[in-house]
Design a protein around this ligand. Structure first.
Ligand SMILES: [Mg+2]
Length: 323
C-alpha cells in the first residue's frame, strides 16, 4: 500500500527519536555532536546498498534495515572503533508504509544492540538506494590499520567464511541447497553480524585488520598492498559452517576465498600474541581461526592441507571490473 506521506512526515514517523548524546539530532539543518574527548579520534565510514546491485526489489525490508547498518558497523569494527552515531540517506521510489516499517525495525534493532543513535540524513524520491554513514571513536594511534601487517605475523579470521556466497550461488541457480543449508546461509547473507566487540578487543593486540566484504583474498590483497608484505594462506584451514562443509572442495574454496559479504574480521597479529588473540575472541564470544602467515616475500600464495600450492584463481569482487 502506498500512502501519501511527505518527506517530513516520513522522517518524523520512522526515523526520529529524542537525541541522547547528540546535542541536536534529526530534524534540523545539521546534527550537533560533542567533539571527541582529548586523545580520541573520530572514525567515519559510508557504505551504500543499491537495489539491483546489492539486493533484489523483493528483499525483506527488515533484513535490509539490519544489513544497511551492519555493513557500516563492520567497517568500524575493522579499525577497532567504538560506534557512536550514524546518518541515513534514503532514496525510495515511493513512501510505502510496510516497507518503511520493516526497514526501520531492522535498523533500530541493530542500532539499539550497539547503543548508537541516528542523528540525521536525507530522504528523496528515486531508485531505491540506502546509504548510511557511521561515526565512531578510537583512542589516538590505536586504530587497526590495513597498513600495519608485519612479516612473521599470523593471519587470523573471525567466525566462518563463505556462507553468503553459498546463498548467492543458490539464488543465482549455480547449485542447489537443502532446506537447512538454505536457512543458515541466507541468514548469513541477509543479516551479517558486525564484529564490533571483537574489533574493540583486538586493539593493542592485532597489527592490521580489515573486514571481509569483497572476498577473503581480495581483502587480504588490500592488507598486503598497504603493508608492503606477502602471505601464505592455508585454503583448507578457512573456517566453514556445517552447510559449507558438506559442499565439494572446489565449491567451498570458491565461496570462502572469493565470496564476499561475510563481514568477518581478517587480521594479523604477532605469534607472541596468540594467547591474547584467543582471550580477545573469548571476550567477544566470537571464534577466531589462524589461516596463514604474513611474509616478507611479496605476493599471495595459497596452499592446500598437504602443503601443495594452489592456483590463485579466486579473485574477489570488484564493482567496476568488466564482467
Ligand atoms: Mg571495509
Amino acid at each position: 500500500m502506498t500512502i501519501p506521506l511527505g518527506e517530513f512526515d516520513l522522517i518524523a514517523r520512522y526515523f526520529t527519536r529524542p537525541a541522547r548524546r547528540a546535542f541536536l539530532g534529526v530534524g534540523d539543518d545539521c546534527a550537533l555532536l560533542p567533539a571527541p574527548a582529548a586523545g580520541e579520534q573520530l572514525a567515519i565510514s559510508s557504505d551504500m546498498l543499491v537495489e539491483g546491485r546489492h539486493f533484489l526489489p523483493d528483499a525483506d525490508p527488515e533484513a535490509l534495515g539490519h544489513k544497511a547498518l551492519a555493513v557500516n558497523l563492520s567497517d568500524l569494527a575493522a579499525v577497532g572503533a567504538q560506534p557512536l552515531a550514524f546518518t541515513l540517506a534514503l532514496a525510495l521510489p515511493q513512501a510505502e508504509a510496510r516497507w518503511l516499517e520493516g526497514f526501520a525495525r531492522g535498523m533500530w534493532a541493530l542500532a539499539d544492540a550497539h547503543d548508537i543513535e541516528l542523528v540525521g540524513g536525507d530522504t528523496t524520491r528515486g531508485p531505491r538506494n540506502l546509504c548510511i554513514t557511521v561515526l565512531g571513536t578510537v583512542p589516538q594511534g590505536r586504530a587497526l590499520l590495513r597498513s600495519a601487517a608485519q612479516a612473521g605475523d599470523d593471519l587470523w579470521v573471525s567466525g566462518t567464511l563463505g556462507d553468503a556466497r553459498l546463498a548467492l550461488g543458490y539464488r543465482l541457480g549455480e547449485w542447489s541447497l537443502d532446506d537447512v543449508a538454505q536457512a543458515t546461509s541466507f541468514a548469513r547473507m541477509d543479516r551479517p553480524t558486525p564484529r564490533v566487540t571483537l574489533g574493540l578487543a583486538l586493539r593493542g593486540v592485532a597489527h592490521a585488520a580489515i573486514d571481509v566484504s569483497d572476498g577473503l583474498l581480495a581483502d587480504l590483497g588490500h592488507i598486503l598492498q598497504r603493508s608492503g608484505v606477502g602471505a601464505t594462506v592455508h585454503a583448507d584451514a578457512c573456517p566453514a559452517s556445517p552447510a559449507l562443509r558438506t559442499q565439494s572442495a572446489t565449491r567451498r574454496r570458491l565461496c570462502q576465498l572469493a565470496g564476499g559479504d561475510d563481514y568477518e574480521l581478517l587480521f594479523t597479529a604477532p605469534t607472541s600474541a596468540r594467547d591474547a588473540v584467543q582471550a580477545a575472541a573469548t571476550q567477544a564470544a566470537t571464534a577466531v581461526t589462524r589461516i596463514g602467515r604474513i611474509e616478507t616475500r611479496p605476493g599471495l600464495r595459497l596452499i592446500d592441507a598437504e602443503g601443495q600450492v594452489l592456483d590463485n584463481a579466486y579473485a574477489g569482487f570488484d564493482h567496476f571490473r568488466p564482467a
